[in-house]
Design a protein around this ligand. Structure first.
Ligand code: CA
Length: 234
């Protein structure tokens, strides 16, 4: 497999933090650029087409939450949020606006790198499996294209975060198999220290809102009460 250098974009106004992150990532073989405010972040996103964004929530010119929403309108690039706020409510809220991951300051650089690398490993596995015929899953009006990292409903593209897509793909590619929330956390986030099972509840709700005609009566992702979820059209 050809190894290309991954491009990271760090959107953070605190110079010492962004420099430390950048140097650390460079040392570990990742390219990294820094934007010092939201506006620069948006234009650099377009210019650099980064593979991953590290986004601080408190920026001088805009709220990181708004920026995240804006990015999500036209890009599924993975976004890891940095925040000084540590409550679990913030964590879940943080996942409600399209971010894929969340770390609280102060954080460990090796943990940050581990999460980034875990994401790229999963991404490579999903996009590089040499089975060209089956990279598109079709279920009624829904198609899920693993290579393009894109779902469509009735031919219309669904705007999804990377983690939303991974979760949907994981369920759909194991059709009729029931997964517990813990199993899904493990499969999609890949580390047990992450968040709690509410994360999965939030993600499932958001995916349903995007792909289901009637999210309250889902026809793709079914709740299996007391157990978890399964993808089934039966
Ligand atoms: Ca800041």
């Amino acid at each position: 497999m050809m190894k290309t250098t991954r491009k990271m974009l760090i959107i953070e106004d605190e110079q010492d933090i962004s420099r430390i992150i950048k140097d650390y990532l460079l040392k570990h073989g990742l390219e990294a650029a820094i934007a010092r405010n939201g506006r620069d972040g948006l234009s650099m996103l377009e210019m650099l087409q980064p593979d991953f964004i590290i986004l601080d929530l408190t920026l001088p010119d805009m709220d990181g939450i708004d920026l995240c929403r804006q990015i999500r309108e036209h890009s599924s690039v993975p976004i890891l949020i940095l925040s000084a706020r540590s409550s679990d409510t913030d964590k879940v809220l943080g996942l409600g606006f399209g971010a894929d991951d969340y770390m609280t300051k102060p954080f460990s650089l090796s943990e940050l790198l581990a999460r980034i690398n875990a994401y790229f490993r999963r991404y490579e596995l999903m996009t590089a499996t040499p089975q060209p015929a089956d990279h598109v899953l079709r279920f009624g009006a829904l198609t899920i294209d693993r290579k393009a990292f894109q779902a469509t409903v009735s031919g219309k593209k669904v705007a999804m975060s990377a983690k939303e897509f991974e979760l949907l793909y994981h369920l759909a590619s194991h059709s009729n198999q029931v997964f517990s929330k813990t199993q899904l956390l493990d499969a999609i986030w890949g580390y047990s220290s992450y968040g709690d099972e509410n994360t999965i509840t939030v993600y499932i709700r958001r995916i349903r809102e995007k792909i289901e005609a009637d999210p309250a009566n889902p026809s793709y992702i079914r709740t299996v009460w007391g157990v978890g979820y399964k993808f089934s059209m039966d």
